[in-house]
Design a protein around this ligand. Structure first.
Ligand code: ATP
Ligand code: LTN
Length: 342
């Protein structure tokens, strides 16, 4: 794990979040959740279900509740142990929203105007986007810093948001002469699976919000569906290349080989050594078999856990209590620093 800002002397602490917006997919698993599992072993870790972020775009209230439980189930099914890591939903810890307000007064308009995800998500009609969608990265900084988290495992698409969180932490420390009060959180992005692409377009990220379900492998897909989606994945007429050079200009092929590599633990070179020269009639069934092998136990366990919503909610409540116990004293210090009567 990379070293954090040299002078921050607090404990190492991991924080990350996933939005309860449905269609949890292979990209979310390989880019984020799988890393969460390993990180829970060595230091304190908090894994949040960011329901406040979810409502930056319209959500059906009942669906939002069910999707919140779905992420809790996915976390646990993937191997996050609520005895080791803190699993909770963001709205249950009011420190997130309170700190976000204070950070709204630290962050600069220009910083937020440079965020590419807002531009992508708001689309052409940005006048009609919610203020929350624009402010999304500030809330994300508050999520992390409410716990003085030092390390943040995320997919590649979150890199810019993490840089903003570091800028906010640094400016707060400087403006309030509170040197090293907040750590400058380190993104943990590297590794296979940091950027899984759509099965239909090797230049677009695999996404929950892609209107085509064939573009992604959902964690809830059964074996037949996974096989069908891989079979229908876009490729070209050439066979699998023999070496990494041969992946150039073939983003869809690069993506499928990358997925094989991330799921199997083999390097891309090893995958190409095994399948180079073969047609996709051979490679795709092998990839489908591997994906089913790795994902079926997770989706089965997710289904089992989702049959018991009361259990999932009790786990979230217990997690929220532990999260509050960390965040409340930090927020109190922040209020003191800012000049509020506490
Ligand atoms: P949307 O696609 O609607 O933007 P999302 O799939 O990015 O949503 P989030 O809850 O915002 O879902 O992301 C959860 C985690 O999954 C984040 O750490 C994010 O970086 C990671 N992630 C999302 N998509 C991918 C992907 N295609 N490849 C690797 N990691 C991903
Ligand atoms: N924006 C993230 C989700 C998220 C997050 C966080 C990730 C919200 N708050 C704090 C890491 C740390 C996304 O994946 N779209």
């Amino acid at each position: 794990m990379a070293e954090t800002a040299p002078r921050f002397s607090g404990p190492k602490r991991v924080f990350s979040g996933v939005q309860p917006t449905g269609n949890l997919h292979l990209g979310n698993y390989l880019g984020a959740i799988r890393k969460f599992v390993d990180l829970q072993e060595d230091q304190e870790a908090l894994y949040c279900i960011v329901d406040l972020h979810a409502i930056t775009v319209a959500q059906d209230p009942e669906a939002l509740r069910a999707q919140t439980r779905e992420i809790a189930a996915a976390y646990m099914a993937a191997g996050i142990d609520p005895q080791k890591a803190i699993i909770f939903h963001q709205s249950a810890v009011s420190a997130h929203a309170e700190l976000a307000w204070i950070f709204n007064c630290v962050a600069r308009m220009g910083w937020l105007e440079r965020m590419t995800q807002f531009k992508d998500k708001a689309g052409k009609d940005s006048e009609r986007a919610s203020v929350g969608l624009f402010d999304y990265p500030v809330l994300m900084a508050a999520d992390i810093l409410a716990y003085k988290a030092t390390h943040v495992p995320v997919g590649e698409d979150q890199k810019q948001h993490l840089e903003l969180a570091r800028d906010i932490a640094g400016k707060f420390n400087k403006d309030f002469h509170a040197e090293d009060f907040f750590p400058l959180p380190e993104p943990l992005i590297k590794g296979p699976g940091a950027r899984i692409m759509s099965l239909k377009d090797g230049c677009a990220k695999m996404s929950k919000s892609d209107p085509s379900d064939l573009s992604r492998i959902n964690l809830t897909d059964d074996a037949a569906m996974i096989a069908k989606k891989i079979k229908k994945a876009k490729t070209d007429a050439e066979p699998v290349p023999e070496n990494v050079e041969g992946l150039k200009g073939r983003p869809e092929v690069e993506n499928l080989v990358g997925i094989y590599s991330a799921l199997s633990g083999q390097s891309v070179e090893e995958v190409l050594a095994a399948y180079g020269g073969q047609g996709f009639g051979v490679f795709k069934p092998a990839l489908a078999e591997l994906a089913v092998d790795k994902l079926a136990p997770i989706s089965e366990e997710m289904r089992r856990l989702q049959n018991d919503p009361a259990f999932l909610e009790s786990q979230l409540e217990a997690g929220a209590e532990k999260a509050n116990a960390i965040a409340v004293p930090i927020l109190r210090e922040v209020k003191q620093i800012v000049g509020f009567v506490v």
